[in-house]
Design a protein around this ligand. Structure first.
Ligand code: UDP
Length: 315
């Protein structure tokens, strides 16, 4: 099969590329390295089935490309620190970038398109855990809005291309994901804590540390996205993908202290605007339709990630 992955140099995209290449499929990656890392795709470069285009999906002329069986549109900053740094690029990646992908898919008769949406479409949720049917509690006018609202726009765009133009699109609402190929400075909580612990700096908790998340190891996310791209046209177009084990940020900091055997202390900093107080995916749908559920528990996943950070960044 021929696979196109936008954002293929990022955490999820590079691991997904690796998965398809290992299966013998051909993979083309488009990335502009706004948040992706060159190092993540370096090892694919000598593979004949891999090709890379350095480009921005908002301006790239997709018509230059051949036909693909599946397109994964993952290109967008996804870490709060990064999308707050690049709000306009984030808004455009998820609006113009997504439209460009859909137009190309229509014209080139691509069989399937999978787009990365996010648990952020639920905002600071009032329903817990979050099911796909929940409409969310999102601020349209704040520092997270560039990401939350552009992903919501991408979903609305997908609705139009599915029902008006009959394009086969599947939407993955991706919850917090971590693992090898994370960027050292991308600002996510797990990368921050590990880098701080390994370099003997204090672990910074924003707010009280009582806010919760559920963390999915990247190989589990990849297998979910793979399944979502490979099943026959699903009855439900939107699916939560994430690990259904909830933990608060203070507990997470303590586990990382313990696993890294660091002497670093924990410090508390002011919380950030509209930071969701809790987040937990209901993955009933993905379990049923994709026959998928995460397999990697938090501690073994964190140990692999700590090993990766030590090796890649010599920490
Ligand atoms: N967080 C933290 N310290 C950090 C980075 C993040 O306490 O160094 C908190 C952040 O405020 C949020 C949670 O950890 O409550 C998860 O943040 P992250 O940036 O990883 O992703 P989010 O779930 O907010 O998209």
């Amino acid at each position: 099969m021929k696979i196109l992955i936008t954002g293929g140099a990022g955490l999820i995209g590079s691991n997904l590329s690796s998965h398809y290449l290992n299966k013998g499929d051909s993979v083309t990656v488009i990335d502009n390295f706004i948040t992706g890392q060159r190092k993540n795709i370096e090892k694919f470069k000598e593979k004949p089935d891999f090709s890379f285009i350095e480009a921005d999906t908002t301006t790239f002329d997709f018509n230059k490309l051949q036909q693909f069986d599946i397109i994964y549109h993952l290109a967008s900053p996804a870490s709060p620190i990064q999308y707050k740094k690049h709000p306009l690029k984030t808004l455009l990646a998820n609006s113009t970038g997504t439209k460009n992908v859909f137009e190309f898919a229509l014209k080139s008769k691509t069989k399937r398109v999978v787009i990365a949406s996010t648990s952020e479409v639920y905002g600071d949720p009032l329903e817990h855990p979050q099911k796909e049917t929940y409409f969310g509690n999102v601020n349209t006018f704040g520092e997270r809005s560039c990401y939350d609202e552009s992903k919501r726009f991408a979903e609305a765009l997908a609705y139009t291309y599915i029902y008006k133009f009959k394009l086969d699109i599947r939407i993955a609402r991706i919850f917090n994901t971590y693992g090898p190929n994370m960027e050292k400075n991308d600002g996510r909580v797990i990368s921050n804590f590990i880098v701080q612990a390994l370099s003997k700096r204090p672990l910074t908790i924003y707010g009280t540390g009582k806010q919760t998340r559920s963390f999915c190891y990247v190989s589990d996310m990849v297998s979910g996205l793979y399944q979502l791209g490979n099943i026959k046209t699903p009855k439900h177009k939107i699916m939560n993908l994430g690990n259904p084990t909830e933990i608060n940020i203070l507990e997470l900091a303590k586990i990382i202290q313990q696993l890294t055997k660091t002497s670093s202390k924990i410090v508390f900093k002011p919380g950030s605007e509209d930071d969701p107080k809790k987040r937990l995916p209901d993955i009933t749908l993905a379990k049923k339709l994709l026959k998928w559920s995460p397999r990697v528990d938090l501690k073994p996943g964190l140990l692999q990630t700590i090993k990766y950070f030590k090796e890649r960044f010599e920490l």
